[in-house]
Design a protein around this ligand. Structure first.
Ligand code: 2RA
Length: 341
């Protein structure tokens, strides 16, 4: 016997990817409901490449009673409207938005890092998925943290336009095409031209001069990994369609060599080490698309600080950064709390 599972936001980048991954991982679902706003009602959504299609229902009219869990990718505003009623009806919400991530009664989960924290989900019957740039970073940090403790992390991100949704991808495509005919389209989704350019600004600015995306990486890493770890981030939008990259510099509590780190990363859950000190001996975003792994390359010692290491980290932001992590949380919830006969 399997689960009755809901995917809310079935027409967006992450929603579509959640359906693909549920199908790829053969999630034990007896029934699947796909929901979206009234605009998409009646359209069909693909269940991965199974050939099966699911008719989209209006989330406004959907009754969650009797459903086991719901994967939400509908943004904070709609989540605020619908997550409480799903949770109250006994349908556990696994939410991709930032709405509940810092709620003390809502576990923020990356299964490879803090799976046991899911046991606190009953307080709100809601589980939060982290920001994409946080998820891949903590997967890579976890084995090194366990071995040598972490004092401080300095990270620069190179985030693809799919993190800003379909509109972000469309803008990169149109601008890149138009520039060749001498007519770069005016920025709409982004503040400045994104084609052949980089923008050091994701989400809104805060009073201290950092951005909300950078704040998310700090506070979410502390909640998932360890509140004592110091984090500073610079989050940059780059002209890449899918795949976030990160240059990560870590100061450890205890000595750890590059070789020791490579060995730990090679064996770590969710990590794929691709690290040869030669041409092409590293991963780039175009190679991570569609993969489940968090790739790590360029592991090396940083002699400018005590017990320092630097490395490169790449992952499909729609997968490990969102949809895959959400499906892994659903699998974990099933294993630990919603066992079916
Ligand atoms: C971005 N991490 O990349 C944010 C939200 N997905 O735009």
């Amino acid at each position: 016997m399997g689960y009755r599972i809901v995917v809310a936001g079935a027409t967006g980048n992450v929603g579509r990817e959640m359906l693909n991954i549920l199908a790829e991982r053969e999630f034990p679902a007896d029934e699947i409901a796909v929901l979206a706003s009234s605009r998409s009602v009646g359209e069909m959504a693909d269940y991965g490449e199974t050939g099966r299609q699911l008719r989209i229902q209006n989330i406004e009219h959907f009754d969650p009673a009797g459903w086991d869990m719901a994967l939400f990718a509908i943004g904070s505003e709609a989540t605020k409207l619908h997550a409480p009623r799903f949770a109250a009806a006994g349908c556990t919400v696994i939410d991709n938005s930032s709405l509940y991530r810092m709620d003390p009664d809502v576990p923020l989960i990356v299964p490879e890092v803090n799976a046991e924290a899911i046991d606190g989900y009953k307080a709100r019957n809601i589980i939060a998925n982290p920001n994409c740039s946080t998820a891949q970073m903590v997967v890579a940090l976890k084995p090194l943290y366990d071995a040598a403790g972490i004092k401080r992390v300095v990270v620069a991100t190179y985030q693809s336009v799919s993190g800003a949704g379909k509109a972000g991808m469309d803008e990169l495509f149109e601008q890149s095409r138009n520039i060749f005919v001498g007519d770069p389209a005016e920025p709409k989704k982004f503040t400045k031209q994104i084609a052949f350019n980089v923008i050091p600004h994701i989400d809104s600015f805060l009073d201290d001069g950092s951005t909300k995306e950078e704040w998310k990486m700090v506070v979410e890493t502390k909640k998932i990994l360890d509140p004592k770890v110091k984090v500073v981030a610079t989050c940059v939008r780059v002209p890449v369609f899918v795949g976030h990259s990160e240059a990560i510099h870590v100061e450890f509590e205890r000595e750890i060599s590059a070789e020791e780190a490579q060995k730990l990363l090679r064996e770590a859950p969710g990590v794929m080490l691709v690290d040869k000190r030669e041409d092409g001996g590293y991963v780039t975003p175009v190679e991570c698309v569609g993969d489940f792994a968090t790739f790590v390359s360029r592991v090396r010692e940083d002699s400018t600080v005590e017990n320092g290491l630097a490395f490169w980290c790449v992952s499909d932001n729609l997968r490990k950064g969102a949809a895959l992590n959400a499906v892994q949380i659903a699998e974990l919830l099933g294993r630990r709390h919603l066992k079916k006969g």
